[in-house]
Design a protein around this ligand. Structure first.
Ligand code: IPD
Length: 281
């Protein structure tokens, strides 16, 4: 089986690179923007085209595998992780960046078997950085090994986070409460690339000590979660327990010390889970 997953990973790298080309080409065209759950939850035809490109190409090679894809779920497909080999795809992580040509955009492909991530591929397509990780085999960027930062003092740290796509005032208040507490620790700085996948790769690279967010989706973080853990980092829930990729809450950090310090400052809340059954009409 090990070799089969290696060939799946090689395929993921090749198709992520191809998808990145499509994204780069689309950036020079006018982008037709549509909305999903709210007026700031954006999608473009390129998101849909790239997801179909990835799924079609994987299906030809691995016809029995399952998929969880951001745009397929938006179109009504289920978002339940089973024991089956499953490709978890975000065709464009950073759609708002893509719409505005803000230069951080990723193609994110995670692969799970028996609900465990086997490999993760994040292609930061404007920087041409291919981040990869395979379970038990380390994390890499363009083939160079990645290692999280060794910093254990939160006061000497940079923390990444995002504002997400909810504009519900209560949610925004919680986001600002967390941000205020973390800034006032004080930390050296707070940053956000506008894509969860790249934020997690920045943790894996040692450029930031941690990334946290409430409101992300499984496709935003599946690949990045393995890249962080294979680079020596840790993943926890925002209340400090085990991370659950369907819960839409994550802290990814260089160490348990930094993760638990952030957990202490987060104003936690629980968005509806990715695998929640659809609400009855
Ligand atoms: C979004 C990005 C963003 C994060 C949102 C995600 P999308 O993904 O990762 O950084 O704040 O929570 O939904 O919609 O661009 O694929």
């Amino acid at each position: 089986m090990a070799d089969l997953w290696q060939s799946a990973m090689d395929h993921a790298v090749a198709i992520a690179r191809k998808a990145g080309e499509v994204v780069r080409e689309a950036l020079v065209d006018e982008r037709k923007v549509m909305t999903k759950s709210s007026s700031v939850d954006l999608v473009t035809q390129t998101d849909q085209k790239v997801e179909q490109l990835i799924i079609q190409s994987v299906k030809e090679k691995f016809p029995t595998h399952k998929f969880i894809g951001e745009e397929s779920v938006a179109a009504g497909e289920s978002c339940v992780l089973t024991d089956s080999p499953t490709w978890i795809i975000d065709p464009i992580d950073g759609t708002t960046n893509f719409v505005h040509a803000f230069p951080f955009i990723a193609v994110s492909i995670g692969f799970s078997v028996k609900k465990q991530m086997e490999f993760g591929v994040v292609y930061s397509c404007l920087e041409d950085k291919m981040y990869t990780a395979r379970k038990g085999k380390g994390a890499f960027c363009n083939g160079e090994p990645l290692q999280v930062s060794a910093q254990q003092d939160i006061k000497q740290s940079i923390i990444a986070t995002e504002f997400g796509s909810s504009r519900d005032p209560e949610t925004v208040d919680n986001i600002f409460r967390s941000l205020r507490s973390i800034l006032c620790i004080p930390v050296h700085g707070v940053r956000g690339a506008g894509t969860a996948a790249i934020n997690m790769c920045l943790v894996a690279s040692g450029s930031v000590e941690a990334y946290y967010e409430i409101g992300i989706h499984v496709w935003d973080v599946a690949a990045g979660s393995l890249i962080v853990s294979e680079a020596g980092g840790v993943l926890v829930d925002v209340e400090g327990g085990d991370v659950d990729l369907m819960s839409r809450r994550i802290v990814a950090a260089n160490s348990r010390t930094i993760a638990q310090r952030i957990v202490k400052e987060i104003a936690s809340f629980s968005p509806s889970r990715d695998d929640a059954p659809p609400a009855k009409q």
